[in-house]
Design a protein around this ligand. Structure first.
Ligand SMILES: *[C@@H]1O[C@H](CO)[C@@H](O)[C@H](O)[C@H]1NC(C)=O
Ligand SMILES: *[C@@H]1O[C@H](CO)[C@@H](O)[C@H](O)[C@H]1NC(C)=O
Ligand SMILES: *[C@@H]1O[C@H](CO)[C@@H](O)[C@H](O)[C@H]1NC(C)=O
Ligand SMILES: *[C@@H]1O[C@H](CO)[C@@H](O)[C@H](O)[C@H]1NC(C)=O
Ligand SMILES: *[C@@H]1O[C@H](CO)[C@@H](O)[C@H](O)[C@H]1NC(C)=O
Ligand SMILES: *[C@@H]1O[C@H](CO)[C@@H](O)[C@H](O)[C@H]1NC(C)=O
Ligand SMILES: *[C@@H]1O[C@H](CO)[C@@H](O)[C@H](O)[C@H]1NC(C)=O
Ligand SMILES: *[C@@H]1O[C@H](CO)[C@@H](O)[C@H](O)[C@H]1NC(C)=O
Ligand SMILES: *[C@@H]1O[C@H](CO)[C@@H](O)[C@H](O)[C@H]1NC(C)=O
Ligand SMILES: *[C@@H]1O[C@H](CO)[C@@H](O)[C@H](O)[C@H]1NC(C)=O
Ligand SMILES: *[C@@H]1O[C@H](CO)[C@@H](O)[C@H](O)[C@H]1NC(C)=O
Ligand SMILES: [Cu+2]
Length: 598
C-alpha cells in the first residue's frame, strides 16, 4: 500500500496512516517533458511523475485537496481540474489569463480545493495545446455514505447490491484518447503555415496504450461511410491514415495548401506497434465498475466491450437512473461510469473504441480478461463485437443498444428555475481560417493566456472576450451552431454543472428560451434535464443546430466556457465568464501575483 502511494505522489502526512478519516489529501505532480514511447513510437511527451497518463488522484467527497504541481518542463503550464466546481477557490481553477499566471519552468503552484461532489473527474493541462501532449489523468472522488445510490434499479438482490457497492468503491479509470506524431506546438505551426486544421490522429489510446495500424487502402475504402462519400463527392477516397483529404466540407473555403503539411498530419501513415491495455477481472466479484473518460484531441469516441452490456450509472460525476446499453458515446471531457456484470464464460473479450465522426476512420482495442486457471478458455478471436471499427452497431442478433442521451434521467431529479434572468446567445463557427473559431462575437486568441489573470483585473483582456453575470442569477446560454457541416462540439463550462434544457437541428431564430418555447416546446425538457459540465451540441450535418443550457451563478470568479476539441479551443472557441462579478472573493495572500511562483 505504501509503495503504491509513493508512486502516486501522495505525500507523507499525518493522516496517511488513517486515510479513511483523513480530511486533507495531498498529492504532488511533477511535470517533465521527455522522449517517451507511445503507441510504439518515441516523441516528446508530458509526463506526470514519470507517467503517461498521469497518476489517478483518489479522495473522498468532502475532503480538502492540495496538489503541489512542480513544472520541470521548458515551458509554462497550468493544471485544470475538469468538472471540479472550485467553490470559493477560483484561484485554483488552473486557467492561464483567467485564474493564474502560467507556472514558469522550474516553478511550483499549490492548488487547493474542496472535493464537494463525488464521481469521476479529470485533471489536464490548460496552457495552449498541452492536452495533446499527454497532460491528463483521472480524479476519482468516493461518494460520502449519505448520498443515495440508484443501484436498486439494477437489482433487488441483496448479494448483488453488495457487489455493486463494492465495485463502485473499487472503480477504475479507462481514459480513452488519441495521439499524433507531432507535438501540440508543431501542430499549431502546421495549421498556421498550411491553413489546414489538425483533424487527424495516428492512434486511439486506451489508458495511454495502443498502436498505429495503417489499414490497407482497400479495407479503408470498404469502411468508408455514406457521409464521407457525400463529403468527398464520390471522387476520392480517404487517405492511408483513414482521414478525409482536405476539402471544403470539412475545412470551409478558406485558403489552404496541403503541400505545406508533413506526413502524419492527415496522410503518410507510419505503422508502429505499442502495448495493449488489459483489464483483468475476477468473476467472483460479480461486477466491475469503470469510469470511462475521453481526453481525445480530434476524435469523437464510442466505447464498447464485446458480450458485456454496461449499466451506465453516473455521468459527469452525478448518479443517473441506470441504463443498460452495449455501447456509449463519450464526448471529449465527459465521464461515463458503468457497471459490467462478469457473467460470461471465462476468457478474453475485446474492448473497442472507435471514432464516430466523418473526419477519420480510426479505432483502438484493449482486452478484458477473466482471471482463471482454465487453460482452455476462449481468446479474443471469438468474442462477438457490438460495434465495428466505425463505431456502428454490428450485433448480428439485433441492433446494438447505444446510450441515447434523451433517455438519461438524473438521480435524483433536480429542476432548474423556470425562467432565466439573462440570455446569452453564442454563435459558433469558423472565421478567417479553417483552424480559427468564434464563440459569441469574437475568437478568443491564445495570447489571452498571457494577460494578467482576470481574477486580478477584470478588464485585462478586451470586453469582447468576456461575459459578465451576477451572483445568484439564472443564466441561459444558447450555443448557436450557425453553419452546416460542424461536428458536435463538446461544450465545457468551468466551475459549475448546468442543466441541459434543450437542443435542436434547425436555425435558432429566437431571442430567448421563453420565446422558443412558444413555437417548439417539444425541443425542451424542464421535467428531468441532465446535469452536466460537458455536453455535445447536435452536429450540424444538414442544417444549423443549437444547444440550450441553464445554470445558476453560485460561485463568483472567472471561468472559461469552451469547446473541448483542443484545436477548436486553441482556435478561439472559448469565452471568459466573469461569473458573479459583483461578489468576487478576496484573493488570499498566497495566491496574489507575482509571489505565487516560488
Ligand atoms: C521531479 O522531476 C525532476 C526533474 O526530472 C527531478 O529532479 C525530481 O526528483 C522530481 N521530483 C519528484 C518528486 O519526482
Ligand atoms: C521540482 O523540480 C526541480 C527540477 O526542475 C527539482 O530540482 C525539484 O527537486 C523538484 N521539486 C520537487 C518537490 O519535486
Ligand atoms: C480496429 O478494429 C479492428 C476490427 O475490430 C481490429 O482488427 C483492429 O485491431 C483495431 N485496431 C486497433 C489499433 O486496435
Ligand atoms: C444484440 O442485440 C440484442 C437486441 O438488442 C441484445 O439482446 C443482445 O444482448 C445483443 N448482443 C450482444 C452480444 O451485444
Ligand atoms: C433517442 O430517444 C428518443 C426518445 O425516446 C428518440 O426520439 C430518438 O429517436 C432516439 N435517438 C436515437 C438515435 O435512437
Ligand atoms: C455580440 O454583439 C451583440 C451586438 O453588439 C451584443 O448584443 C451581444 O451582447 C454580443 N454578445 C456577446 C457574447 O458579447
Ligand atoms: C478576420 O479577418 C478580418 C479581415 O482581415 C479582420 O478584420 C478580422 O480581425 C479577422 N478576425 C479574426 C477573429 O481573426
Ligand atoms: C487592467 O488592465 C487594463 C488593460 O490592460 C489596464 O488598462 C488597466 O490599467 C488595468 N487595471 C489595473 C488596476 O491594473
Ligand atoms: C452567490 O450566490 C450563491 C447562491 O445564491 C450564494 O450561496 C453565495 O453566498 C453568493 N456569494 C456571495 C459572495 O454573495
Ligand atoms: C443563430 O444562427 C442562425 C443560423 O443558424 C442565424 O440565422 C441566427 O441569426 C442566429 N441567432 C442569433 C441570435 O444570432
Ligand atoms: C423560426 O423558424 C421556424 C422554422 O424554421 C419558423 O416556423 C418560425 O416562424 C421562425 N421564427 C421566427 C421568430 O422567425
Ligand atoms: Cu468544437
Amino acid at each position: 500500500m505504501k509503495g503504491v502511494q509513493a508512486t502516486l505522489g501522495l505525500l507523507a502526512s499525518t493522516c496517511l496512516m488513517q486515510l479513511a478519516y483523513c480530511d486533507t489529501v495531498k498529492y504532488e505532480i511533477n511535470l517533465t517533458w521527455e522522449d517517451h514511447e507511445v503507441a510504439g513510437a518515441v516523441r516528446k511527451t508530458i509526463l506526470m511523475n514519470g507517467q503517461f497518463p498521469g497518476p489517478t488522484l483518489r479522495m473522498k467527497q468532502g475532503d480538502d485537496v492540495e496538489v503541489l504541481v512542480n513544472n520541470s518542463m521548458p515551458f509554462g503550464s497550468t493544471v485544470h481540474w475538469h468538472g471540479i466546481e472550485q467553490i470559493g477557490t477560483p484561484w485554483s481553477d488552473g486557467v492561464p489569463g483567467l485564474s493564474q499566471e502560467a507556472i514558469q519552468p522550474g516553478g511550483e503552484f499549490l492548488y487547493k480545493w474542496k472535493a464537494v461532489d463525488y464521481g469521476a473527474y479529470i485533471y489536464h493541462g490548460h496552457a495552449r495545446g498541452q492536452v495533446d501532449d499527454g497532460m491528463y489523468g483521472a480524479i476519482i472522488i468516493e461518494p460520502s455514505e449519505s448520498v443515495e445510490k440508484p443501484f436498486e434499479i439494477i437489482t433487488q438482490n441483496p448479494d448483488e447490491l453488495d457487489a455493486l457497492r463494492e465495485a463502485e468503491l473499487e472503480t477504475k479509470p479507462i481514459i480513452i484518447s488519441d495521439w499524433r506524431p507531432l507535438t501540440s506546438e508543431e501542430l499549431w505551426q502546421v495549421q498556421v503555415r498550411s491553413g489546414i486544421e489538425s483533424y487527424c490522429a495516428s492512434s486511439v489510446l486506451i489508458n495511454g496504450k495502443g498502436s498505429s495500424m495503417c489499414l490497407p487502402q482497400d479495407r479503408l475504402n470498404v469502411l468508408m461511410t455514406e457521409e464521407q462519400k457525400i463529403i468527398l463527392g464520390n471522387q476520392q477516397t480517404v487517405t492511408d491514415m483513414g482521414c478525409l483529404p482536405p476539402n471544403d466540407g470539412l475545412l470551409g473555403t478558406f485558403p489552404r495548401d496541403p503541400s505545406l503539411t508533413p506526413p502524419g498530419f492527415y496522410q503518410g501513415c507510419s505503422p508502429s506497434e505499442g502495448p495493449v491495455e488489459t483489464f483483468e477481472v475476477d468473476a467472483a466479484s460479480q461486477y466491475r465498475s469503470w469510469d470511462i473518460i475521453s481526453m481525445a484531441g480530434s476524435s469523437s469516441l464510442i466505447f464498447s466491450i464485446d458480450e458485456h452490456p454496461m449499466y451506465v450509472y453516473r455521468i459527469d460525476g452525478r448518479y443517473i437512473e441506470p441504463l443498460r446499453v452495449e455501447a456509449v458515446n463519450v464526448p471529449i471531457g465527459t465521464r461515463y461510469s458503468v457497471f459490467t456484470k462478469l457473467d460470461q464464460s471465462p476468457g478474453d473479450y475485446t474492448v473497442r473504441v472507435a471514432n464516430v465522426n466523418a473526419n477519420q476512420i480510426i479505432n483502438g482495442t484493449a482486452i478484458l480478461s477473466y482471471k482463471t486457471a482454465d487453460q482452455s478458455q476462449q481468446d479474443t478471436a471469438s468474442s462477438q463485437p457490438s460495434i465495428n471499427e466505425l463505431g456502428v452497431g454490428t450485433n448480428v442478433t439485433g441492433t446494438t443498444v447505444i446510450l441515447n442521451e434523451t433517455n438519461v434521467i438524473p438521480f435524483p431529479v433536480v429542476k432548474p428555475a423556470t425562467t432565466a434572468d439573462q440570455t446569452i446567445i453564442l454563435n459558433v463557427g469558423q472565421i478567417n481560417a479553417s483552424y480559427r473559431w468564434e464563440m459569441g462575437n469574437a475568437s478568443f486568441p491564445l495570447e489571452n493566456e498571457d494577460a494578467t489573470p482576470l481574477l486580478f483585473n477584470t478588464s485585462s483582456i478586451p470586453a469582447q472576450y468576456t461575459v459578465r453575470t451576477h451572483n445568484s442569477t439564472w443564466v441561459d446560454l444558447i450555443i448557436n451552431v450557425t453553419t452546416i457541416g460542424q461536428p458536435a462540439h463538446p461544450i465545457h463550462k468551468h466551475s459549475n454543472k448546468y442543466f441541459v434544457i434543450g437542443s435542436g437541428t434547425s436555425a435558432w431564430n429566437y431571442s430567448s428560451v421563453a420565446e422558443a418555447m412558444q413555437e417548439i416546446p417539444q425541443n425542451f425538457n424542464f421535467e428531468n434535464p441532465q446535469i452536466r459540465d460537458t455536453f455535445n451540441t447536435p452536429a450540424s450535418d444538414f442544417a444549423p443546430s443549437w444547444l440550450a443550457i441553464r445554470y445558476q451563478v453560485v460561485n463568483p470568479g472567472p471561468y472559461l466556457l469552451h469547446c473541448h476539441f483542443q484545436m477548436h479551443l486553441s482556435g478561439g472557441m472559448a469565452l471568459a465568464f466573469l461569473d458573479g462579478v459583483d461578489a468576487w472573493p478576496q484573493v488570499p495572500e498566497e495566491y496574489k501575483i507575482p509571489v505565487m511562483n516560488v
